[in-house]
Design a protein around this ligand. Structure first.
Ligand code: 5GP
Length: 192
């Protein structure tokens, strides 16, 4: 997606540990016009899938999921990070290793909000090793719901998450894919 790619090249900042900071336009200070275009693009790619729930993980996926939800007319369900590892029987839960915080969180959704008949689109800001997406996929599986695919704003293509998920047959659509990055250069993968 050209608008997002241009913005990454202009305002993205590379930090140690292969972390790309996009806080100036996507997940801290949010450019609403860009967010809206991202939501429109996600909706266009998955419009034929009869999505009934858009799932993400708190916090930075929520804005993008809401932007997509606006065009897809489906509600957003975000997995919450549980403060305790004791999970109530009313919730589905999964363990997620956080790429940026370097810890493991238990994420939960209330069983009332994720149903066997749901057709779920997973949305997130980044895809790196795939832990966040796999945690969400586990929640979808526990509910017996159907995963229609994953929509990611920025995939870091030099990490394995996206390639592994696609090899397993999961539809992963990334609006921008970073091919490589160093302190001074950031290269995006050319997409059709
Ligand atoms: P994964 O679970 O695929 O390894 O990493 C994805 C999650 O970690 C996303 O939910 C995102 O919030 C965070 N993340 C991974 N890499 C980056 C990055 O380079 N920059 C930022 N801002 N977040 C990242």
């Amino acid at each position: 997606m050209q608008l997002l790619e241009e913005r990454i090249l202009r305002d993205g900042r590379v930090y140690p540990g292969n972390v790309l900071k996009v806080g100036g336009f996507l997940n801290h200070l949010i450019d609403e016009r860009l967010l809206d275009e991202i939501g429109k693009e996600i909706a266009a790619r998955f419009c034929e899938q009869n999505v009934t729930k858009i799932m993400t993980i708190e916090a930075s996926g929520i804005a993008i999921a809401c932007a997509a939800a606006h065009y897809m007319h489906a509600p957003v369900l975000f997995a919450k990070k549980s403060k305790t590892s004791n999970v109530s029987s009313d919730c589905f839960s999964a363990q997620v290793v956080s790429y940026t915080h370097n810890n493991t969180a238990t994420v939960i959704v209330d069983k009332e909000y994720l149903l066997a008949g749901d057709r779920v689109l997973i949305v997130d800001d980044f895809l790196a090793n795939g832990a966040a997406v796999r945690g969400l996929m586990s929640l979808v599986n526990q509910a017996g719901a159907t995963l229609v695919g994953c929509a990611i704003a920025i995939e870091k293509g030099f990490q394995n998450g996206g390639a592994e998920l696609r090899a397993e047959g999961v539809r992963v659509e990334s609006l921008a894919i970073v091919e490589s990055m160093t302190d001074d250069t950031l290269t995006l993968r050319k997409q059709k």
